[in-house]
Write a protein that binds this ligand. Structure first.
Ligand code: A2P
Length: 334
């Protein structure tokens, strides 16, 4: 790999794309050249990177000539169409969509957990689902210590996970409600302001949504744990940024709060925020814009054998998307 790679961001104008550009800059990624790609609608728009003004170009089949690394976050259908074209042109794609995550030939990577899987890549590496990545930041270290059997979890997912239009929708609906006007809907099937929607992604024949099944499927692949089971309810909440997840986990070995805390305190990319007496626990408002995820509300699960309850929060635009993608790119340079 070129030590000063030419990097392209596909979906550069989107909620995640903007964070990818900021993360490359903040982490001093050794970008040789940066190309910003989006739809024809955005051609000519400008974005800044390291004080330079860069113009957004239209994504086409010819966009990848000379590009070393492409960070994709323009949705699954764009990834399905263009990632193989980029890969064929010799570019390594880090794809934030779900298009290739369960493909056996594509590594699915959270660098703190399975960075070693990257080396088998065939020019496409998948970034995990945001809720799964944030949950695993706390669950995986516990799994290594105590052996996780299964989890029951509910998520509290921020609107920015749906993209820039959903951020606008929450803002607009809050203003409409406060002004006593009728609420208008474009993105979600129901009002999201002052409401919660137990509906993230599409419903499947099982009755779960696709988002809910990602936790078990992607969790098994990332943790190399084919027996892992997860029953999840994913909920969209009127929070702008950072997802939270309430988890009840059952382990093979006995687990105490003290032993779990000792493990979590040493886990990379994770901060333990857990002092209920001082009203300290992870909050999405404070987890937003932070690289590390936060875990707290540690307690013995009263309904499971060898069970532990915890609450984990993390910025899904960062650890759930842009940061994880840039970390994968950093691994490619090692
Ligand atoms: P654009 O802004 O030109 O529509 P979000 O997840 O915030 O909705 O962002 C989606 C990103 O994917 C945006 O950068 C968007 O660009 C980009 N995108 C959407 N459709 C296409 C397309 N057909 N070709 C290239 N980029 C696309």
């Amino acid at each position: 790999m070129n030590p000063k790679p030419h990097v392209a961001v596909v979906g550069a104008t989107g909620a995640v794309g903007i964070e990818m550009i900021k993360t490359l800059e903040k982490r001093n990624f050794p970008v040789g050249k940066l190309t910003l790609l989006a739809s024809a609608r955005s051609v000519g728009k400008t974005l800044t990177y390291r004080g330079q003004t860069l113009t957004v170009e239209e994504l086409t089949k010819d966009s990848f000539a000379g590009v070393d690394i492409a960070l994709f976050s323009a949705g699954g259908s764009i990834s399905k169409e263009y990632a193989p074209i980029a890969a064929k042109a010799g570019c390594v794609v880090v794809d934030n969509s779900s298009a290739f995550r369960m493909d056996d030939s594509v590594p699915l990577v959270v660098p703190e957990i399975n960075a070693a899987d990257i080396k088998g890549h065939k020019n496409i590496i998948a970034n995990p689902n945001c809720t799964t990545a944030i949950t695993l930041m706390a669950l995986y270290p516990l799994h290594k210590a105590f052996g996780v059997k299964r989890i029951f979890a509910s998520s509290y997912q921020a609107v920015s996970g749906t993209g820039a239009k959903a951020i606008e929708e929450l803002k607009r609906q809050v203003e409409e409600v406060v002004a006593g006007q009728p609420v208008t809907k474009e993105v979600y099937p129901h009002q999201i302001a002052f409401n919660v929607l137990p509906h993230v992604d599409v419903f499947l024949p099982s009755g779960y949504t696709k988002e809910e099944e990602k936790m078990e499927n992607e969790g098994r692949k990332i943790m190399h744990h084919p027996g892992f089971r997860a029953s999840v309810t994913c909920v969209r909440v009127p929070v702008y940024r950072a997802h939270s997840v309430a988890v009840s986990a059952e382990f093979e070995k006995p687990v105490t709060v003290e032993a779990a805390r000792a493990v979590l305190c040493k886990a990379p990319g994770l901060d333990v925020v857990d002092d209920p007496a001082k009203k300290e626990y992870p909050l999405p408002l404070y987890a937003a814009e932070k690289y590390n995820c936060q875990v707290g509300r540690l307690r013995k699960d009263s309904a499971l054998d060898n069970g532990l309850c915890f609450w984990v929060a993390g910025d899904q635009l960062l650890k759930g998307a842009a940061l994880n993608a840039v970390q994968i790119a950093e691994e490619l340079l090692k």
